[in-house]
Write a protein that binds this ligand. Structure first.
Ligand code: BMP
Length: 215
């Protein structure tokens, strides 16, 4: 994923037609397109292959199983063309290592969730976020996911992971500020509803871009 716009599109729509239309219109405003369960379960794994043909795809499957199952999930979606995969750290080092190994075999990037952006993440995830970030470093992940809704947490996680990439959801629909997240150390902002639900998604993407602080 080449850093140009610093934006990643969360494409959580549920039909192939809508997904392809949005991805084609918006691809130049985003450095990658994040595709997860809502779209893959509705449109099928083939959508990963179709979108990967013209834009880098990050598969947001938040992989969280035993090592062998993690390996099979990663192989399926990376084999379909995704250039990145998101996994959870909480199942432990062996599980995360299975994802790291599969990502390496496909020349793909592994991103590890540290602390999620919604309010409920404060219960179990926040107290363990630093451990999750350390585990991401230990398995050699390309980067982590950290919340734009809590920029101070991005700063803390940056202090643990060094130069690795931080991708950060929570801007727009969840109330996070793009500028604050980038200033705290995020490399990329993940933006979904505020763009794809807008009356004119291209205008909305341009607006988000125009408001970003200088790189
Ligand atoms: P939206 O901008 O519509 O809130 O979308 C955010 C996207 O990022 C969604 O795909 C969501 O599943 C994902 N996400 C998140 O919001 N918070 C996290 O901590 C991790 C995520 O992957």
């Amino acid at each position: 994923m080449k850093k140009k716009t610093r934006l990643i599109l969360a494409l959580d729509v549920t039909t192939r037609e809508q997904a392809l239309s949005l991805a084609l219109q918006l691809k130049d405003y985003f450095d990658a397109i994040k595709i997860g369960y809502p779209l893959i379960l509705s449109a099928g794994l083939g959508i990963v292959t179709e979108i990967s043909a013209f834009a880098p795809v990050i598969a947001d499957l938040k992989v969280a199983d035993i090592p062998n199952t993690n390996r099979l999930i990663c192989q399926a979606v990376l084999g379909a063309g995704a250039g990145g995969i998101i996994a959870q750290a909480f199942p432990g080092k062996d599980s995360l290592q299975a994802c790291a190994k599969s990502a390496a075999a496909h020349g793909a990037d592994l991103f590890v969730v540290t602390e999620m952006s919604h309010p409920g993440a404060e219960l179990f995830m926040a107290p363990l976020a630093e451990n999750m970030a350390r585990l991401a470093v230990e398995v050699g992940a390309a980067g982590v996911v950290a919340p734009a809704t809590r920029p101070e947490r991005i700063k803390l996680i940056r202090s643990i992971i060094g130069e690795r990439i931080i991708i950060s959801p929570g801007v727009g629909a969840q109330g996070g500020s793009a500028g604050a997240a980038l200033e705290a150390g995020a490399d990329y902002l993940i933006v979904g509803r505020s763009v794809y639900e807008a009356e004119d998604p291209v205008v909305s993407a341009k607006k988000v871009l125009a408001l970003l602080p200088p790189a």
